[in-house]
Design a protein around this ligand. Structure first.
Ligand code: SF4
Length: 223
């Protein structure tokens, strides 16, 4: 498995951020970043707390912080927007239509991400091309037009096995829901374990068509 992270980071001047969303891939990306980020480069590890995460996620959050001796900054939806959404959709209403689901992701993920990336020069993700149909054309380096900064996907060509091997080799902690058949960790109302033979993101928004399975934070603007 390859990563080009040292060569890329050496060329970046401003602060960078890792979007940590509790995936196995994110743990590998975090480990790589802590190893290769030059001391002169400011690095923020952040997560988007949608207020809809699994109860197990908070315990895992604390475990990762203790393991790496880091602090993971949480960004939240704006309270008035989240409350309005809850009143409109209720606890499970995001499953009612694609439009409602996008509205929920927009308030709970897209808007907080904008806040998290403000003032950064680049953001790093654990995205891989093999994860799903929506990620097939992924590149290691992309320009994020929406947020006007560089997006770095150091694990772009990694396979499921590469990720598993990396975590095993370095004895890195895994979210406890992986042991219950989950292959991707998201919000509780929108994530379930995957079945044999399904791709790793099949458990996310499982009631939707595969081409819709993104929350909006990794979508490119239409050309
Ligand atoms: S994944 Fe589901 S609960 Fe989470 S923000 Fe999107 S629609 Fe809302």
């Amino acid at each position: 498995m390859e990563t080009y992270i040292p060569g890329i980071l050496d060329r970046i001047k401003g602060p960078i951020a890792l979007a940590f969303s509790y995936q196995a891939e994110d743990v590998a990306a975090l480990h790589l970043l802590l190893r290769y980020t030059p001391k002169s480069l400011e690095l923020e590890i952040f997560t988007l707390d949608t207020l809809k995460l699994f109860p197990e996620t908070q315990g895992y959050h604390e475990k990762v912080e203790a393991f790496f001796r880091i602090s993971i900054k949480k960004y939240y939806p704006l309270p008035d927007e989240a409350q309005k959404l809850e009143e409109q959709l209720g606890a499970w209403g995001m499953r009612g239509s694609l439009e409602d689901r996008h509205a929920c992701c927009h308030v709970r993920k897209v808007n907080p991400l904008r806040q998290a990336l403000a003032g950064k020069s680049a953001w790093v993700t654990g995205l891989r091309a093999a994860q799903s149909l929506t990620r097939k054309g992924l590149q290691i380096l992309e320009y994020d037009e929406e947020h006007r900064l560089l997006k770095i996907n150091p694990l772009v060509s990694w396979t499921d096995q590469d990720v598993a091997d990396y975590l095993h080799t370095h004895d890195l902690p895994l979210h406890p829901l992986y042991a219950q058949g989950f292959k991707s960790i998201g919000c509780a109302p929108c994530t379930r374990p995957v079945r044999e033979g399904e791709d790793s993101r099949a458990g996310r928004w499982w009631w939707e068509n595969p081409e819709h399975k993104e929350c909006g934070i990794h979508l490119k603007k239409p050309e």
